[in-house]
Design a binder for this molecule. Structure first.
Ligand code: THU
Length: 299
């Protein structure tokens, strides 16, 4: 999906990874709808004041709301998947895509609702965006039966991206820090850049990237780099690690699994590439493991 995001002053509460996350949700929505090809959506992130003004102008309703959508395509019946011929006619050769419409989102509202529901801002903004986007694809919830279908789609799309209740805002901070570390990778030989960010039991974050060497065997992986940095700062217990790569989904190599096991009998492992997020645990990645307690040391 070609998602063009405009952030108004009042929408700045949105974390930096949001555009990427929402683009990913957009792709998942198109896949769930069975649409192939290039589709465009304009997204405006604003605050309560901004969305209230738009609500007043467009619908005569002088009140703030969480999300508004303005479809560009009017489907006679059904949803986008039932109207492929019409969508083909909407193709704009200049932008090289079919513009589906605009979504406006209040970051103020998303923050309030995330706190009220006790889940992450990423999940709340993701959900609101998917809801608005489904309206652009012809979904509605005026009637109960239609509403159920729309909710089923929302759930399916959120699951495709791994945006379920288990990923918190802290997790997304971990992921975006791992992504930043990836930018610093020294990988002139494999060209496979990897970044990792580990969270210590005391809450501190430590990052690392892969550092390769002309003598190939001396290369060090991002995970071990992050772990040794943490130990050098006095952290020896960990609760989670995020590992980010471009291209293929990363998965810690065998050596790194054992290295992490030294300091964590178990911890959550979040794996990301440019396309999706997966969540697993160290004990799943390294079952029946050997650790320091076998040698009389507490891990
Ligand atoms: N690499 C990592 O940093 N972490 C992983 O989980 C897998 C592999 C690095 C090592 C090397 O620099 C490059 O990726 C290709 O193996």
């Amino acid at each position: 999906m070609r998602l063009e995001t405009t952030i108004e002053a009042g929408g700045r509460g949105a974390p930096g990874y949001m555009h990427e996350l929402l683009s990913e949700l957009g792709d998942a929505a198109l896949a769930a709808e069975g649409l192939a090809g290039q589709y465009g959506v304009f997204l405006l992130l604003t605050d309560d004041k901004g969305i209230r003004a738009i609500n007043r102008r467009a619908r005569g309703l002088d009140r703030a709301t969480d999300v508004l959508s303005f479809p560009s395509v009017r489907y006679k019946a059904g949803t986008a998947r039932d109207n492929s011929a019409q969508l083909r006619r909407e193709y704009d050769p200049q932008t090289r895509c079919v513009h589906l419409g605009d979504v406006v989102l209040s970051v103020d509202r998303a923050l309030e609702q995330a706190a009220a529901f006790g889940h992450s801002l990423a999940r709340e903004m993701g959900f609101l965006f998917v809801h608005g986007l489904l309206h652009l694809l012809g979904y509605d919830h005026e009637e109960a039966a239609q509403g159920n279908i729309m909710r089923g789609m929302e759930e399916d799309i959120m699951n495709r991206v791994g945006l379920d209740r288990t990923l918190t805002d802290d997790d997304f901070t971990l992921v975006s820090t791992a992504r930043k570390a990836m930018e610093l990778a020294y990988a002139p030989y494999s060209h496979y850049r990897v970044g990792a960010c580990v969270r210590a039991a005391d809450g501190r974050l430590f990052k690392g990237c892969n550092v390769e060497n002309a003598s190939f065997g001396l290369s060090i992986c991002a995970e071990r780099n992050a772990m040794t940095t943490a130990v050098a700062e006095g952290a020896t217990a960990f609760t989670a690690i995020a590992i980010a790569a471009e291209g293929a989904m990363p998965s810690p190599c065998g050596a790194c699994r054992q290295f992490m096991r030294e300091f964590a009998r178990d911890m959550r492992v979040i794996l990301v590439n440019g396309e999706s997020i997966q969540e697993t645990t160290l004990s799943r990645l390294l079952p029946d493991s050997f650790g320091p307690e076998a040698l009389g040391k507490e891990s």
